[in-house]
Ligand binder design. Structure first.
Ligand code: GLC
Ligand code: CA
Length: 537
């Protein structure tokens, strides 16, 4: 197996991880200083959200120079040191590549928008429409409500911006754009990065004829939408591009460099990105971000992905990231349920990702829409605050981006006391923090650490096949491997459950101490999960 097939990914949002120089903003040196936390946790790979030059209107997902480091985050020398220090600890490193768009302040766009004839006139997606009154077609942004077309006064034309108006889409059909961006990829690979997470990769190629999307209300990636994005998402050309990017990665010496796509769609659409083993290696499966807390739902979801991504392919499950609600909030504040989900995340077959603070059970930090620093929240400012509080998937992403909680001091150890952090620290940090949880065996941190240790100790959890068991009231599956099988059982109901596990079974881990082996039966109180070495039947 290649390293990435057995790894676990830990997402660092650099702005909120650790501030080393006391300006209230996290930075690369802060990440270097805290790498031992990842080692202690037992993660295999660190993925860093963007730290590249940017006016920070979408906090780094609006890049002005893909090969430069934003000064508040550090320098290229810091990047090199981070790679070196991570590698010295046995960690792999992935960066976040924003290929779909740049900032509108990127020199390429400044030039492109200046006239219809400049050398970069075709580097972005420009179209006439019907003058300033009529847009070229009905394409919508990722938020679905506003149009994706923005008026460019100088050229008297529309430009496409699939996310926010200040993030114009690059024209990937232009060979010069492709060559320039491939050189960006090579620039970082040469410095030793082990792979990339590809931002909005599903939107990268659009219909060249700019046909309107058909009106068909439904859901996509857990969000409501009105138009079926056939002409703007998951186009076959994306897969061809995935192959080309993979070829660029394969120009480099081992270790194998890995591409992980941010894509939304059906399992078949997602599977297509892996091509014949020569496309992306991994694609995020975001279904757990919008899950229902039920054994039946989890069983169905795992079964769907097992059939779309059979071995040696690897599903890539996600419970949290920098865009969506924290798990504990999604399950109504019940930490026991979050523990059950953590157990499933880290024992299902595939490459799990953990978002910073998830291992502490960090909560959303309520921040009203009118105080939001997140540009997406500003799109939704028309939502009344009272209603906003009741939407579980609130659009203010600040709420999941507050500083990492290292200890119980005034700024949670994120930045020095007396400094104002860029986003407020969650008041619960006095209780919920790394220092407090490190030596507490009942903590969320201890659970994550224990689960990651089990993955390291049991090849069945890293490399075994997965077989769902036909249990009605618990979610149960076996991970089978020549070196020994492992059984996982999760009770997502409000009443106790029992499961036969054979005589001589051993309990390897439970989400709480009240899970018991009673002869050949595993007894699970409500909202408990356990990992067992099965006995003889
Ligand atoms: C992705 C990122 C999100 C960002 C957007 C635009 O969805 O995860 O944080 O704002 O792309 O780049
Ligand atoms: Ca700083």
């Amino acid at each position: 197996m290649s390293w990435w097939q057995e790894t676990t990914i830990y997402q660092v949002y650099p702005r909120s991880f650790a501030d080393s120089n006391g300006d209230g903003v996290g930075d690369l040196r802060g990440v270097i200083d805290r790498l031992d936390h990842l080692v202690d946790l037992g993660a295999g790979t660190v993925w860093l959200s963007p730290f590249f030059a940017s006016p920070q209107r979408d906090w780094g997902y609006d890049v002005t120079d893909h090969c430069a480091v934003a000064p508040e985050y550090g320098t290229l020398a810091d990047v090199d040191e981070l790679l070196e220090e991570a590698h010295a600890r046995g960690l792999r490193v992935m960066f976040d590549l924003v290929l779909n768009h740049t900032s509108d302040e990127h020199p390429w766009f400044v030039e492109s928008r200046s006239s219809r004839t400049n050398p970069r006139a075709d580097w972005y997606v420009w179209a006439d429409g019907g003058g300033r009154r009529r847009r070229p077609n009905n394409w919508r942004t990722a938020m679905e409500i506003p149009s994706a077309w923005q008026w460019g006064e100088e050229r008297q034309q529309w430009y496409l911006a699939s996310f926010l108006p200040f993030q114009p889409d690059l024209n990937w059909r232009n060979p010069e754009v492709k060559a320039a961006m491939f050189d960006v990829v090579r620039f970082w690979l040469r410095r030793g990065v082990d792979g990339f997470r590809l931002d909005m990769f599903g939107s990268i190629m659009k219909d060249p004829a700019l046909r309107s999307n058909p009106f068909r209300p439904g859901m996509l990636g857990g969000l409501p939408r009105l138009w079926l994005p056939v002409h703007t998402r998951n186009r076959p050309e994306n897969v061809a591009l995935a192959r080309e990017l993979r070829a660029v990665c394969d120009e480099f010496d081992p270790p194998e460099r890995v591409l992980l796509g941010e894509v939304f769609g059906s399992p078949a659409e997602l599977r297509a990105y892996l091509a014949e083993g020569d496309g992306l290696q991994l694609v995020f499966l975001f279904d757990f971000l919008t899950y229902r807390y039920s054994a039946a739902w989890l069983r169905r979801t795992i079964a769907r992905f097992e059939s779309a991504f059979p071995p040696p392919l690897q599903p890539t499950y996600v419970l949290e990231n920098h865009d969506r609600s924290r798990t504990v909030d999604r399950v109504g504040g019940d930490e026991e349920k979050a523990r059950v989900l953590a157990c499933v995340l880290l024992t299902a077959r595939g490459v799990p990702t953990i978002y910073q603070g998830q291992e502490l059970g960090m909560r959303n930090t309520y921040i009203p829409l009118r105080e939001a620093r997140d540009p997406v929240a500003r799109v939704f400012r028309f939502i009344p605050e009272a209603l906003n509080r009741r939407i579980p998937e609130r659009p203010n992403r600040d709420e999941v981006r507050t500083p990492m909680q290292w200890d119980g001091t005034a700024n949670a150890g994120f930045c020095p006391e007396g400094v104002e952090p860029w986003l407020p620290v969650n008041p619960d940090h006095t209780r919920r923090n790394v220092a407090a949880q490190r030596d507490d065996p009942s903590s969320m941190l201890a659970l994550y650490r224990g689960l990651l240790r089990l993955r390291r100790d049991h090849a069945a959890l890293r490399a075994g096949t997965l077989h769902l068991l036909d249990e009605r009231h618990v979610l149960a599956y076996e991970r089978r491997h020549d070196s020994g099988d492992v059984l996982v059982a999760a009770n997502l109901e409000d009443h106790p459950a029992a499961l036969p596990v054979g005589t001589g079974a051993r309990l390897l881990l439970a989400t709480r101490g009240d899970v018991e082996l009673d002869g050949p039966a595993l007894r699970l109180p409500p909202h408990r999960a356990a990992v067992v070495a099965p006995g003889r039947t």
